[in-house]
Write a protein that binds this ligand. Structure first.
Ligand code: LLP
Length: 418
């Protein structure tokens, strides 16, 4: 359930009319609901209340400082994939002891920064990386806590671009080779093996792939025990889906019911890294209709937001519901909702059955809180849009709209061109 609801045909975010913000802030902008973020976090946290656990928010989904702070205040941590994300998390006040560092290509510099910051652990994805972490930790006279990311070869039955746990994927260490890698890890002087990690994909709409993958992982945990390697943390990754259209993904409590029996006697701390499930339906992108146009083959609704603001429709063919901010009686149409960018792939919706729109009216692109602003770019020299957070009957700008000056920050014209 989210807090973007109509009251007498007008869309509200919590107790604030979306139109009021649009008028004051200008469009396009991202709009988040603090109450929805909290509800989503608490739904996860309470579903797993009977199992010792840490929720490390996959901040790649949305790394705004205010959102990171909101989860941190609830006791959440962060799943990071770069030094930049570590910096953001620390700036937002996330406890380093609740930060895990994932990714196939951590640089020596990033490893050093993470060790210096005393993060909870690295999720290691190859033996070369393991040796690199050992080497950097050795130079710093430290021990690095690690989990190995195991690729369980389970099909998460999601979009191929966001599925990660099959043999053909670049992620993790094959489950067949994991034992060998653990032996290597245990033998390295500056490595402390503390956990095991998996992440099989994103936008999962069933619990079965989690259960399959976790069973395989726990089989490995048993074998490790026989070798005297005791893992204290089992990380099941993120990936729980959300409703964009008519999907019915499991709720956190259904996930807890499915995997609880497998982990309850483990005496391990469970780590979960949800991204989309916490933020996806807690945010929308608000845009304004500029023009409408009847092409020879199609109708177009041209809006002021574009693929640089929300790339998911063009990149993954993702569906985002588009709703008018003010509802009225209208004629149904089938149209493409497109932005001003000079690319045919610049669309927010294709062949969408929707209601006729008028120039100057506001539209809400729903379920845009995850991988929305986070994947935005400056393509076509478009300043990135502001992010607004509503709390009750008040709203706060949690990121300013970029200016034209921001667009050229850090660029230089060399002397020979002056
Ligand atoms: N943990 C790891 C190691 C991950 O790689 C990811 C996402 C997550 C957790 C969080 O997954 P989530 O709970 O959000 O599904 N840009 C794509 C999604 C890419 C996901 C990448 N990894 C999209 O817009 O659908």
């Amino acid at each position: 359930m989210h807090e973007f609801q109509y009251r007498q045909n007008e869309l509200y975010c919590e107790d604030v009319p979306v139109k009021t913000i649009a008028k004051e802030v200008g469009t396009p902008f991202y709009l988040y609901s603090a109450k929805t973020l909290l509800n989503h976090y608490r739904a996860y946290d309470s579903a797993f209340a009977s199992i010792p656990h840490i929720i490390t928010f996959a901040m790649k989904a949305n790394s705004n400082l205010a959102i990171l702070r909101l989860f941190a205040r609830e006791g959440g941590g962060a799943d990071i994939v770069s030094a930049g994300e570590l910096y953001r998390a620390l700036q937002a006040g996330v406890d380093p002891q609740k930060i895990n560092f994932a990714g196939v290509g951590k640089t020596a510099e990033e490893i050093r920064y993470a060790l210096e910051s005393n993060i909870l652990m690295f999720n290691v994805e190859s033996s070369q990386e393991l040796r690199k972490i050992d080497e950097v930790a050795g130079r710093m006279k430290k021990k690095a806590r690690v989990a190995l990311r195991v690729n369980p070869n389970v099909d998460p039955k999601t979009h191929p671009y966001i599925s990660t746990g099959l043999k053909k994927h670049k992620f993790g260490i094959s489950i067949d080779k994991a034992l060998e890698e653990y032996k290597l890890a245990a033998s390295l002087k500056h490595i402390e093996v503390v956990g095991i990690h998996q992440h099989i994909g994103s936008q999962l709409t069933e619990t079965a792939p989690y259960v399959d993958a976790l069973r395989r992982l726990l089989g490995l945990v048993e074998e490790l025990k026989k070798l005297g390697i005791d893992v204290q943390y089992v990380n099941i990754g993120g990936g729980l889906g959300i409703t964009y259209d008519d999907e019915t993904p499991p709720l956190p409590k259904e996930l807890a019911t499915a995997i609880g029996p497998l982990v309850k006697d483990l005496k391990c701390i469970l780590i979960m890294e949800p991204g989309r499930a916490l933020v996806g339906n807690a945010g929308i992108l608000v845009t304004k209709v500029l023009y409408t146009k009847e092409g020879d083959a199609k109708k177009f609704v041209i809006v002021d937001a574009a693929m640089n603001d929300l790339i998911r429709p063009s990149f993954y063919g993702a569906f985002h519901l588009i709703q008018p901010v003010i509802r009225r009686e209208r004629k149904p149409i089938t149209a493409d909702v497109v932005g001003p960018i000079c690319e045919s792939a610049d669309f927010l919706a294709k062949d969408r059955e929707m209601e006729e729109c008028l120039p100057e009216e506001y539209l809400a692109v729903m379920s845009a809180g995850a991988y929305g602003f986070a994947m935005a770019s400056n393509y076509n020299a478009r300043p990135r849009v502001p992010e607004i957070l509503v709390n009750g009957d008040r709203y706060f700008t949690v990121r300013d709209r970029e200016t034209h000056a921001d667009l050229i920050k850090g660029e230089h014209i060399p002397d020979f061109l002056k």
